[in-house]
Design a protein around this ligand. Structure first.
Ligand SMILES: [Fe+2]
Length: 429
């Protein structure tokens, strides 16, 4: 008995040493792979590290990592190492029987001349005979790829321990591949949606521009008014650092703000004297009528009906149709109200000539904060100043307005606005 134990001892030690070495190799590969898989880097680089770690763990000289796609059923190589001639990418189309066999395999499969055909077809650009061992990569029962290993060092066979190590590692590899393809699908969908949205946006924008032109065609005195209000409002919002979506929405709201004017008698737009009470009521009703029109429309931006109804409201409650005060209306409504006034003051009317740019800005500052929102007025001054020093890529002021004001005068107006809203008090910031 003692003799028997003694004679088996060196053998067992050798086996344990071997096992220990393989275990160490697997743990090493796992510790290498962990950070690789979670690092935010190019997936190709990660895939190369995965293949290296698998070769190390399986004692293989050649290996390739394939991704599986089911439409059509195809294995496509992501990274390879050691093979003398491996196409990039290597592709292997699969028949349903191959997919079934790979998805049903439990762990690594050692291939021989009789089993290639069961798992892989030879219709691709790589001969399946190159592979001596494959490990199907699965998440749940779903096939996501395979690892295919070629020859081992000294053409040795893959034994139980290597296969176990590979099996363990490939659970992680399968998750990495699956995550990558999910991320890719998501990125693809997001970019498709963005492309679709962009095309819809430009379609939407052009449609509303056409609509704005149709509103303003009512009378020569308001030609281009809605388009200009949309552009001014968007530029004011931009100077207030609003989100791009909000800026685009303000442009649309500007285009539509006077939509109710389609029902106003066009004679009123050309009347050379002030409107009488009856006429004024008809004109003022464009806000309520417009609100009725747009309330039935599903706009991507919910504030359009508010803008249409309240763009003639003023901070001190002197506006119409509801006599609201500043706090009652949202910033987009205040911005459109300001842009509308700015365009009206810088445009000729049958009963008065247009004001100069300086005169318009002085008047607006004079009426702030009683009538207009100071932050919006400040942003209007910022945009005008940018035009005066030529730093606006697209000029803020429309062609027909002369930027005949000096930057220093705009600064003076900004200072007096600041003085008004702080009531002359100084604040330490
Ligand atoms: Fe209006």
């Amino acid at each position: 008995m003692i003799l028997f134990l003694c004679s088996g001892f060196p053998q067992r030690v050798a086996v344990q040493k071997d096992n220990f070495r393989r275990l160490l190799r697997t743990v090493e590969a796992l510790s290498d792979l962990g950070p690789e898989m979670t690092a935010e880097r190019d997936f190709l680089q990660t895939a190369r590290s995965i293949v290296s770690a698998l070769l190390h763990a399986g004692g293989a000289r050649e290996g390739v990592l394939f991704n599986y796609g089911d439409k059509p059923a195809l294995l496509t190589s992501i990274a390879a190492e050691g093979f003398a001639l491996m196409p990039e990418p290597a592709v292997i189309p699969l028949l349903p029987k191959h997919v079934h066999a790979l998805a049903s395999a439990r762990g690594p499969v050692v291939l021989d001349s009789g089993s290639y055909e069961l798992y892989l077809s030879s219709n691709g650009n790589v001969a399946p005979e190159l592979f001596k061992c494959i490990v199907p990569l699965k998440v749940g029962s779903k096939l996501v790829g395979i690892v295919a290993l070629g020859r081992r060092e000294g053409d040795a066979l893959y034994d139980e321990d290597e296969l176990e190590a590979l099996d363990l590692l490939c659970h992680y590899v399968a998750l990495a591949i699956h995550n990558h393809s999910l991320t890719q699908t998501l990125a693809q969908r997001v970019s498709e949606n963005l492309r679709l949205m962009a095309s819809l946006h430009s379609f939407y924008d052009s449609t509303l521009e056409a609509f704005a032109a149709a509103i303003d065609v009512k009378h020569v005195n308001i030609h281009g008014h809605s388009l200009r209000v949309g552009r001014y409002a968007a530029a004011i919002a931009e100077a207030m650092n609003m989100e791009p979506g909000e800026i685009a929405a303000l442009r649309s709201a500007g285009y539509l703000h006077d939509i109710g004017k389609v029902v106003v008698d066009k004679r009123l737009f050309g009347k050379p004297t002030s409107l009488d009470a009856e006429e004024f009521r008809e004109m003022a009703d464009h806000t309520v009528v417009g609100h009725q029109i747009v309330s039935g429309v599903q706009f991507p931006w919910p504030r359009i009906p508010d803008v249409v109804r309240w763009h003639h409201e003023r901070g001190d409650g002197s506006g119409y149709p509801d006599g609201l005060v500043m706090e009652d209306v949202s910033m987009p409504v205040r911005i459109i109200g300001l842009a509308d006034t700015f365009d009206a003051m810088t445009s000729d009317r049958p009963y008065r000539e247009r004001l100069s740019l300086g005169g318009t800005l002085s008047e607006i500052v004079r009426l702030t904060p009683q009538k207009f929102d100071p932050n919006a007025v400040q942003a209007l001054l910022v945009q005008v100043r940018r035009d005066t020093v030529g730093s606006n890529r697209t000029p803020f002021l429309q062609e027909r307005i002369e930027a005949n004001i000096a930057a220093a005068d705009v600064d003076q107006l900004a200072a007096s606005l600041q003085h008004k809203i702080t009531h002359g008090r100084l604040f330490l910031t």
